[in-house]
Design a protein around this ligand. Structure first.
Ligand code: ATP
Length: 511
């Protein structure tokens, strides 16, 4: 199936099965804002738990925080967001559609890369086991020509971004003959900067209302609480503060479903370290975070690191973890070495000392920071993209979400074969015994086959059927979602068998 079709189907599936709804749908929706349905919220909570526990339980020097969304407006002046949290936008005069200039150029780079990859895939097939990719890349004329194009464009793009040269960004779009996908024309406006922060007012006008911002990242709430946590927790460097919370960005182009939203959720961890050690910690966290992603088993080849073309104003190293979505490799998480920029700026703007007294050198300094920042919603999309399968079976077909059992919204569905002979009561009894261990669902409507399909579609890893034999010997069948195999087990064993599979421990062992 074409990847685009797959993505469309996935979006439709999310709505049909209670994962994600368009916000304010009965009023025709609100651009790039989404609501999570009954299964979506469970999956989201499980993703957050996987992240939170992997930070706060696995690392004794990482603690949590929950700071407010509203913060003093000077925080955003100090952090640089008021002046520099911009994206370059460009409009197509014919379609009147708006684009991010940097994204248009990144997509062009992606297309050249695709051409190179196609040549390599073709050659791999032709040469089989004897294929030497390195040699092929160095000698094949078509690959070499495309690589040269990519290198030249990439260098020019990175320079334009770093110089903040908006005219040059536009010129690149013109020179590369990039067309608007809607109108097909190259009739572009100038490139302008656009600030992504939402603002609102606090207090009544009579009192002199104050303009405040909806936070575009949760990180600043951590920085301004650095001293509170360090002192009250008696934390010693290096240590980290983790936080999960909403963030808001007035994105210029908000397409691709929950990949780019105007209201979204972030899971961020700021790790405070001794100056000079930050790049070692950057490498360590890079590795740890990649293991966290790969532990889910979606295929190591579907992840890669992407170095930034332009470092943010606060960073001395930055890398993205990218996942291969149906629409290509895209960022899921950013890992940044933020230097002492934020804490120093808050010192300057607040007039308060934000230091760490280091007993080893008997002196105090502003700590450096390594940040890991991942979007809950993008992670959600990663899990669903990796899990969505359409399978042709002998007689019919099925749509199944092969979500890792630890993350699946419902872990076990219990189904009485018929609605009589005490089977429903037995099924309820099984649920009552296990409902505080993991999420269980009772399902008695329609044939067993239909019930299996329904549970497949929401990704339930285990279906337990209560039948006549159950009433005689207290055994049930467990049907495994992915293999569709069934086995007969004692009811008393269910908690252990399923409990082991849905526990996060197995994932943590891989990190
Ligand atoms: P992009 O380049 O895609 O706009 P970014 O580099 O601005 O993303 P960061 O500021 O590094 O993103 O934010 C950290 C993480 O927050 C991202 O890796 C992503 O998972 C998530 N995120 C950022 N913006 C959005 C958004 N508009 N919708 C959903 N998630 C987002």
């Amino acid at each position: 199936m074409a990847q685009e079709d797959l993505f469309k189907k996935l979006v439709a599936h999310c709505k049909e099965y209670g994962y994600v709804f368009q916000s304010s749908e009965i009023y025709d929706g609100l651009g790039a804002v989404y609501d999570y349905g009954q299964y979506g919220v469970e999956l989201k909570n499980n993703i957050k738990k996987y992240w939170w526990d992997s930070m706060v339980l696995l690392h004794e020097n990482v603690v949590g925080l929950d700071s407010a969304i509203f913060m003093h407006p000077t925080i955003w002046k100090a952090s640089g967001h008021v002046d520099a949290f911009n994206d370059p936008l460009i409009d197509n005069k014919d379609s009147k559609k708006r684009y991010r200039a940097d994204v248009l150029i990144e997509e062009k780079l992606g297309k050249i890369e695709e051409k190179i990859n196609k040549e390599i895939t073709k050659a791999k097939k032709r040469f089989g086991d004897s294929f030497d990719e390195k040699q092929f890349r160095e000698t094949n004329p078509r690959v070499l020509a495309n690589q040269k194009k990519w290198d030249e464009l990439h260098t020019r793009f990175a320079k334009a971004l770093n110089d903040g040269d908006l005219n040059e960004l536009r010129q690149i779009i013109v020179d590369q003959e990039i067309v608007c996908p809607i109108s097909g024309s190259r009739n572009w406006t100038d490139v302008r900067q656009f600030n992504l922060m939402f603002s609102t007012e606090m207090g009544s006008t009579a009192d002199g209302a104050q303009k405040i911002f909806l936070r575009p990242e949760t990180a600043q709430g951590i920085f301004v609480n650095y001293l509170n946590v360090q002192k009250t927790g008696r934390m010693k460097l290096p240590f980290g503060i983790a936080q999960i919370g909403k963030a808001f960005r007035n994105e210029i182009v908000a397409r691709q479903f929950i990949f780019r939203m105007r209201e979204f959720e972030q899971m961020e961890m700021q790790f405070f370290v001794k100056p000079g050690t930050e790049l070692d910690w950057f490498e360590k966290w890079k590795e740890t975070r990649m293991k966290w992603h790969r532990a889910l088993g979606f295929g190591d080849e579907n992840y890669r690191f992407h170095e930034h073309e332009k470092l943010a104003h606060y960073a001395n190293a930055a890398v993205d973890v990218e996942y291969k979505f149906p629409f290509g490799f895209k960022e899921v998480e950013g890992i940044h070495s933020r230097t002492d920029f934020d804490l120093s700026q808050h010192e300057k703007y607040s007039g308060k000392k934000i230091r760490y007294f280091d007993p080893e050198i008997n002196d105090s300094y502003v700590p450096f920071v390594v940040e890991t920042s991942i979007g809950v919603d993008r992670m959600f999309l990663q899990v669903l993209s990796a899990s969505y399968c359409e399978e042709q079976l002998e007689k019919d077909s099925r749509v199944v979400l092969k979500i890792p059992p630890m993350l699946a919204p419902v872990k076990m569905a219990v189904m009485p074969l018929t609605k009589k002979d005490g089977m429903p009561e037995k099924a309820r009894e099984i649920i009552d015994n296990l409902k505080f261990d993991f999420n269980c669902q009772y399902d008695e409507k329609d044939s067993i086959g239909k019930r299996y399909r329904r549970q497949d579609a929401i990704g339930t890893p285990y279906c337990v059927t209560v039948d006549h034999q159950t009433l005689e010997d207290n055994t049930v069948t467990i049907r495994h979602r992915d293999s569709m195999e069934q086995e007969r087990v004692a009811i008393s064993e269910l908690g252990r068998i399923i409990g082991e599979q849905v526990n996060f421990k197995a994932l943590f062992a891989k990190i």
